[in-house]
Design a protein around this ligand. Structure first.
Ligand code: ADP
Ligand code: MG
Length: 350
């Protein structure tokens, strides 16, 4: 890396970190990039376009704003909207015609549920609601649900594979299926945003959705540098991305229920009905946001002895896990992209 590129890398890394750690609007002083912020999916989404003229940027930001709002309302897991109409129909055993992107989310979910052996399963909306996680205010307080209630939420074995797709029509043979796209929607939304950015002939851009990142194109002479937050505080390290890719993290340290000094995070093992407590975070690099997002959640729910097998099934090569003790693990491919923070080390998975 030459000096100029090194300076630029140092300039971008802190801005990525700042917006992530503090979620504060960024003051944009660098004339080479244009920034806009949107509040959707319960998080701040920041879009940075590089070397773009003002008018083109403003037109694209207006389209992105409209599209983000549409996705937010249509896919919302607990507010009345298109997805709640679909869930009502499933509960009643009716067929329902819906939007092309909800059909696509179902299709992607079926693929990821099958490949992850049910560790990723967005049909468990009733269970997530039972745990009280259908809220934007975290942490939540109070005891976990009763065992008998967890058992009855799982009794119907809800699975996205119970959903039949016929064009734009959906029908669930199982009335316990309640869709909650919380673990894949943001990823799919960033895929759609990336398509819109590319279609506007923007050559380099980065989207930061509360720490989940999508890079579009590349910057001259240097890789994208993505910060990986340490669940115990500070930085675990950074990931270098050569050209467009998605970097998604699932974590159990921001959204959880708390009771009697015990934390119950919002990522649930669909096979037991209980939250995952052993793993602090999983970060995945993939070509598509939807895949990276769903895969990060699936690996959160995976026992350490099976990380490599499940990742391979899902088609993921680059992933990083941080366990509750702060130990970092990296897959072989991830180790080529990851630089640990000073004083941090990681174990290679093989
Ligand atoms: P984050 O919010 O940290 O990005 P995820 O991408 O893992 O986390 O999404 C977590 C959300 O996905 C939960 O709030 C819940 O709505 C839903 N969810 C929880 N467990 C699962 C699971 N095993 N499979 C699919 N969706 C899940
Ligand atoms: Mg996810």
């Amino acid at each position: 890396m030459n000096d100029w590129a090194a300076d630029r890398a140092r300039a971008v890394l802190p801005s990525v970190l700042l917006s992530w750690l503090l979620a504060l609007p960024l003051a944009c002083s660098d004339s080479s990039h244009t920034t806009a912020e949107f509040f959707v999916f319960g998080t701040l989404v920041e879009v940075q376009l590089f070397d773009t003229d003002h008018d083109r940027a403003q037109g694209l930001f207006a389209s992105l704003q409209e599209e983000f709002q549409r996705m937010h309302h249509q896919w919302h897991a607990w507010e009345p909207g298109e997805l709640s109409r679909v869930n009502d129909a499933f509960r009643a055993g009716d067929s329902i015609e819906t939007t092309p992107d909800i059909v696509e989310l179902v299709r992607l979910s079926q693929h990821m549920e099958k490949r992850s052996g049910g560790r990723f399963n967005p049909a468990i909306g009733a269970l997530i609601s039972l745990w009280g996680f259908h809220t934007s205010e975290f942490p939540i307080f109070g005891p976990p649900p009763r065992d008998s209630d967890i058992e009855s939420a799982l009794k119907g074995n809800p699975s996205t594979l119970d959903i039949a797709i016929n064009g734009r029509e959906l029908h669930s043979a199982n009335n316990s299926v309640q869709l909650d796209f919380g673990a894949i929607a943001k990823g799919y939304a960033l895929d759609i945003a990336a398509e819109m950015i590319l279609a506007a002939d923007i050559e380099a851009a980065i989207v930061n959705a509360g720490g989940d990142m999508m890079t579009i194109g590349s910057l001259p002479g240097r890789p994208w540098k993505i910060a990986v937050r340490d669940p115990l505080g500070g930085l675990a390290g950074s990931i270098d991305i050569a050209s467009g890719a998605a970097v998604f993290t699932s974590g159990n340290y921001q959204r959880f229920r708390e009771h009697a000094d015990e934390r119950y995070p919002h990522i649930i093992d669909p096979r037991t009905g209980w939250p995952v407590q052993e793993i602090a975070s999983v970060t995945v690099v993939a070509d598509y946001g939807a895949v990276a997002d769903a895969a990060a959640t699936a690996l959160m729910v995976t026992d350490s002895s099976e990380w490599l097998r499940i990742a391979e099934n899902i088609g993921i090569e680059a992933f990083l896990v941080i366990d509750e003790s702060g130990q970092i693990y990296a897959s072989d491919t991830m180790s080529e992209l990851f630089t640990p923070a000073e004083g941090r080390d990681y174990r290679l998975l093989d």
